[in-house]
Design a binder for this molecule. Sequence first.
Ligand code: SF4
Length: 927
Amino acid sequence: MSSAEVKTTTCYMCACRCGIRVHLRDGAVRYIDGNPEHPLNQGVICAKGASGIMKQISPARLTRPLRRRAGAERGAGDFEPISWDEAFALLEERLAKIRASDPRKFALFTGRDQMQALTGLFARQFGTPNYAAHGGFCSVNMAAGMIYTIGGSFWEFGGPDLERAKLFVMIGTAEDHHSNPLKIAISKFKRGGGRFLSINPVRTGYSAIADEWVPIRPGTDGALLLALAGEIVAQGLYDRPFVARYTNGGQLVITDEASPRYGLLATCGDSDPVDRHHPQNQLWWDRHSNRPVVTHTPGADPYLFGDFRLADGTRVKPAFQLLADRLRPCTPEWAEKITGVPAANIRRLAHEIGVTARDEKIELPIAWTDCWGEEHQTVTGNPVAFHAMRGLAAHSNGFHSVRTLAILMSLLGTIDRPGGFRHRAPFPRAIPPSAKTPTGPDGVRPNTPLAGLALGWPGSPEDLFVDAEGEAVRIDKAFSWEYPLSVHGLMHTVIRNAWRGDPYPLDTLMIFMANMAWNSTMNTVEVRRMLAERDAGGEHKIPFLIVCDAFQSEMTAFADLVLPDTTYLERHDVMSMLDRPISEFDGPVDAVRIPVLPPLGECKPFQEVLIELASRLKLPAFVDGDGARRYRDYPDFILRHETEPGSGIGFLAGWRGANGDQSMRGEPNPRQWEKYAANNCVYKHELPPSYSYMRNWNRGYMQWAQRVRMRRWGEPVLIHLYSEVLQRFRLAAQDRWPGRRPPARFKQRVETYFDPLPFYYAPLEVQATDPGEYPLAAITQRPMAMYHSWDSQNAWLRQIHAHNYLFVNPRTARASGVEDGAWLWVESPWGRVRCMGRHSEAVEPGTVWTWNAIGKQPGAWGLAADANEARKGFLLNHLISDTLPGGTSNSDPVTGQAGWYDVRVRIYPAEERGVWPEFTELGKVPA
Ligand code: SF4
């Protein structure tokens, strides 16, 4: 007799982490549907989520540890199976030697995984500074530009409150970013009569159902946002009370050029000794008493405009005055020339946004107290909500574009208020957050954990991770003067830097879930050559490559050792508050995965690999005092690990304490996994309404957040319209900072881009390209039915997309002689690709675009060598350079974000058919 059962877990067919029900019969998956009791997706499931069943039985599954066959070349994918015992013995011996001699020589870089709290802990305990996930390639500008301005960002960290918004403005967002939750919210928003504007060069996905599409040239969003902000200020449509009390707009900036503190905020007395990055002693010029007072002095109200002198004669201006001065020349006419959006439209949009925010106020009967002790009887809001993502971020000018968006949202008074942007726990964070890396090479020592985190948030030059000469300590040069605020690292520079030996060669590079030989890299052909290249002695330039993944890919083909990961249905996993939880606006939420199937073949979850390696290497957090292994396995680690002994803070926030009756904080609970299993694999901590809004400045929330250790300090998080953090770096570049200063070759770069006020500049690659030769912008986005490169191995999903086209506006196509459906060349200064084109009215005339990662190397991802993905699909990354003329990385000079949406191209008809460049066929892996 057959048996049927239903198990709940959390989807991982994309990064949204919806709750799912897996329906099994006789132990095999029959189908997967959405879990109606899950707070995130409320039963909704997308095509990807339902297709998880085919991931399970994909022919691309790796099922055994593999070693590159002796004599086989890297890239050929020629392997022999080995046992896990052999694999661990090999890894233990190699990694122990590196750790005992020079831990920098081991680097761990990961893709869109959801376990960075664990991978980061492993790297720190190992002692290497060379660790990061994929954020530098993805959207670090979105995180950094927002967090350095408002203390939070979009996606897991916060989002648009569409339940109460009247106007929704979406900018540069892919077809399905933040997929099911946002689809549910937009659907309700539109049914409720909300108006939806989409600013994007391409009108697909979400943009296709917008009430108005505002086409814009890629990489110019910053100019549009400056013009919108300028109009809002010029027309007096900004929320003055909000700006005065909750931003640093009223704070006085020293404007005496001769002063050593030029551009810093005027203060009374010494800085707060508790937290040097967040002193609370700045000044306002009070309108009532017409004199300087400490900010938020009861009864005071700051001038936002003016030019004043302090008692000692120092000239000061309110930060808002400086911002208004900066915005004044950014007129709609100025922006039209850059963006292609007509000036009249910009004026109309600014008016609509500003008037909606001003005239449709929301008032909720929720009493709360702010950090300065003032009691408020209601929570009010201005119902204009924004959402933005990679289209805004993945440019070498993206940091300032994103910062401008955060400033526009703040001028409108929409931060953590109903109908606007709302934070998700553990945000808001301090500006900048308190996590820091070591500050010099001494932080890296043999057989010793790293003296700080591998990734942090610099607040001044003293926080950079550089040596005495100001040169980088990390292999990717993150937190150096080249990219000072590279808070997510620079995954896209690792292979070239290691290949160059700049700043030093690596010994072992471990890659988890990142296709760095294909779509998770720029300049693909060159990067693949670097991965395979040997030095004069016959050694590979990167001596040992470990790749851990569930599927055979272009990247696994280059590995010396392949470790077969499980799928999400076969393992334990946590979506932790220490990492990237799934919090809601009204409270922290974390979730787990619990296996519904046993691992296929010899697959082993990467988490188990890390726990095993950490135990064998005796990394201090993973062993007891006598060196004995502390954790049986990953689930045991999750149950018992605390951030510090006795802290009561672990990876999971729900059902803590010996009896499981505590939340957020409490001693380990041996039955915690059972509680999650019995509760749809999710835990939600509901905050009282009085803690759910205005959290940057909400005393009750701050005290609670400190109690549960989500905040280190309880100071209010004032919005940085003016960034003193950036000014500190600029002063260093001008030799006016009392501490560290950049090497001479970076001075001009830092001085230019560390402007404390937002500004627009053309992306660096665009500045270096002749627009007459290469007049078109070329961009990608991931399709709705596939998550990056993950799904070409999925038999159901590849029926939706098995090849891609270059989409071209008909006007542009006709001017170039390119027929609809015909083969064409698309060429950048760095290379060319032959592909098929389609005419599309849904793209602005100066842009061509395609889906990312549909094209595959023949034989990759378990596909037949003549599959459409290889014969007709193409990869635009071949056209994108990872470096700029002069050899620096093609990255944002503030954050190191890869500028992979900045390439300029031309198109022309192709005589021949078939995709080019061509790649050799990959061999089948033993499975
Ligand atoms: S949106 Fe993402 S997480 Fe949710 S069901 Fe679809 S693939 Fe799964």
